[in-house]
Ligand binder design. Structure first.
Ligand SMILES: Cc1cc2nc3c(=O)[nH]c(=O)nc-3n(C[C@H](O)[C@H](O)[C@H](O)COP(=O)(O)OP(=O)(O)OC[C@H]3O[C@@H](n4cnc5c(N)ncnc54)[C@H](O)[C@@H]3O)c2cc1C
Length: 187
C-alpha cells in the first residue's frame, strides 16, 4: 500500500514525487515514457541556463529516486476505488494507494473508465484536461491532477511548479496541517 501513486514522470509528476518522497510518504511513480518534454530544448527554465528535455526528465526522476520514490515503466489503464483508497491498474501489474496524482501530460484517456470529469483545454494544442479545482483536486476525492493534464501553461517550469504545488496539498491533507519543506544553508 503506497501513500501516493503518481501517474507520469515528466516535470509535473517527477516534481510531485520529489516532494512526496522527501516528505516521507511512500511514493510510487508509474510512467509510460511518452513525455512531450523529451522533444524540448529548454532555455526558459529559471535556475537552468539551458538543458535538453531528455536530460531534464532524467534528472527529475533521479531527484525523486534520491528521496526514495520508486519509479517503474508501465501504462496505467484504470483507477478503481477500494475501501482503503485506490487500486491503480497498469498493463503489467496493479498497486494500491491512499492518494493518486495524475500528471499524464497531454494524455487524459484514463478519465472515462475512472469516472473523472474533464473539460476543454485553454492552452495551445491542449484539447482536453482533467477538471480540477485550485488545489488540484478532481471530482473524485483522493485523485488529484497536475501539470499539462490539469490545464496549466505548457512550460516546464510551470508544470513542475504545479506538480510541487499539488504534492504539497496532498502532503498537507495527509498530515492534517500545512506542509513546508525548507532546508537551511549550513554556515
Ligand atoms: C517540441 C517541444 C518543445 C518545447 N519547448 C519548451 C521550452 O522551450 N520551454 C518550456 O518551458 N517548455 C517547452 N515545452 C513544453 C514542456 O515540455 C511541457 O510543458 C512540460 O514539460 C509538460 O510536462 P508534464 O509533466 O505536464 O507532461 P509530460 O512531460 O508530457 O509528462 C507526462 C508523462 O505522463 C506519462 N503518462 C501519460 N499517461 C500515462 C498512463 N496512462 N500511464 C503511465 N504514464 C502515463 C507519459 O508517458 C509522460 O511521461 C516544449 C514541448 C515540446 C513538445
Amino acid at each position: 500500500m503506497y501513500d501516493i501513486i503518481i501517474v507520469g514522470a515528466g516535470p509535473a509528476g517527477a516534481s510531485a514525487a520529489l516532494f512526496t518522497a522527501k516528505a516521507g510518504k511512500k511514493t510510487l511513480v508509474i510512467d509510460s515514457d511518452k513525455s512531450i518534454t523529451k522533444r524540448a530544448w529548454i532555455e526558459n527554465h529559471y535556475g537552468v541556463m539551458e538543458i535538453t528535455g531528455p536530460d531534464l526528465v532524467e534528472i527529475g526522476k533521479k531527484q525523486a529516486a534520491k528521496f526514495g520514490a520508486e519509479i517503474i515503466e508501465d501504462k496505467v489503464v484504470n483507477i478503481a476505488k477500494t475501501d482503503a483508497g485506490f487500486r491503480v491498474e497498469a498493463e503489467k501489474s496493479s498497486f494500491e494507494a491512499q492518494q493518486v496524482i495524475l500528471a499524464t501530460g497531454v494524455l487524459v484517456d484514463l478519465a472515462e473508465k475512472a469516472g473523472l470529469k474533464t473539460k476543454p483545454g485553454t492552452e495551445p494544442r491542449i484539447k482536453t484536461v482533467f477538471d480540477v479545482d485550485a488545489e488540484g483536486k478532481t471530482n473524485i476525492d483522493g485523485i488529484w491532477a497536475a501539470g499539462t493534464a490539469a490545464g496549466v501553461s505548457v512550460h516546464s517550469i510551470i508544470t513542475a511548479g504545479d506538480g510541487a504545488k499539488v504534492a504539497i496539498n496532498v502532503i498537507s491533507q495527509l498530515n492534517g496541517e500545512r506542509y513546508v519543506d525548507h532546508d537551511v544553508l549550513k554556515s
